[in-house]
Write a protein of this length. Sequence first.
Length: 131
Amino acid sequence: MINYSQLIEKALEAREHAYVPYSGLRVGAALLCSDGEVFAGVNVENVSFGATNCAERTAVFKAISEGKREFSAIAVVSDMDEMIYPCGICRQVLAEFKIPVVIVGDEKGNYRVHRTEELIPCAFTEFETRK
């Protein structure tokens, strides 16, 4: 089974494929499925910033589109010296698909581990959206 350090490495490798002509900030993510398969994702920018997609969502959507529904963790890294955290939209997506662990890293491979509930303690839930 892959460990968190290896997942960070996969996110760092993925980061190289980011499409960032506007910000120049490359972000990579690696999503670990419960069966051990890993899906990588990168940020894909657009001149219409609202059409930009974050690395975390790219990885999650790739996995979902391949039929995966059970996840163990996601790692996210960037070109910055400091740790990068998922944006609010990505945090909600992580909560939606019950990804329990978020590993945030820096460009050197250092990382911190968080529970998703720590990062979005009041996420919308399936029950709440049906009201």
